[in-house]
Write a protein that binds this ligand. Sequence first.
Ligand code: C5P
Length: 294
Amino acid sequence: GNTACGEIGSGRFADTSFIVSEIQKTLHNKLNEKKGISDKSLQTPLDGIRNLITAGPTNEPIDPVRFITNRSSGKMGYSLAEAAIDAGAIVTLITGPVDIEPPMKCNTIPVETAKEMHEAVMHHVNKKDIYIGTAAVSDYRPARKNETKLKKDDKGSPLILELVENQDILKSVSELDERPFVVGFAAETNDLIKNAKTKFKNKGLDLIVANDVSDKSIGFDSDDNAVTLITKRRNLAIEKESKRKIAKKIIKLIEHGTQMQFNFKKSDHNLITLRKEFKQNLFELKNKSSIYQY
Ligand code: C5P
């Protein structure tokens, strides 16, 4: 990006949140060193795991100056990307237009429309171990994009836009023959758990993260969130806290699900085992209620 003084070249000051998180990590490691915890035991749990994440909204053009979109700051997806990177994962982040900086250590692919996001996901999903779809993908797009700006007719006539449905990216991923571990999000204004469960089933997911966007203090532009993680057998609630902390917990849960995976050689990735282990670990987690202790 550009430097503050307009000079060209490297030397741009890193994003404040990045500096803070690097300080936190360094302090954490120093503390562990003092406690005698060796570097080996600090090895990151998602080491070498390939993670594909979508974030932000998509913009669906009506004409050269107007578009329809969904509300989404991208904060949850970007926090998940950061948490996954911190856990050692190799992250590809496909993002719609947002106002925040992506984490430094990920391969970021900017897109505009749902169609572009779908194409980018299908292109990058091959050989990925985990797919997390946080993007607020527009369900519909205008059937036609006008080449020139639409004008009003000054008679007060209504403008009727024809919308056609976009492809469901999450579903496309979960229907792949060699699919990654698939995590979806459900932003709901009502019947949160019921609607999220329906999406979980219809989209063939391994995990869905439900959040209530009718509460203004969480979701959308807020730095905070409160979510319920839903799998085939369990619901686990995470109380209101920062999106960064919630992201760490979600990644932690995925780590739990993938623990056994790291006993295999990298070339032996076995996603069926990954999913089985994940479900088993969720079951144990619930019994120990340790999710609340992260
Ligand atoms: O929009 P909806 O509530 O169905 O979104 C639920 C999940 O599905 C989210 O994870 C979102 O990223 C994903 N989705 C998608 N493609 C769409 C619509 C939603 O991947 N066209």
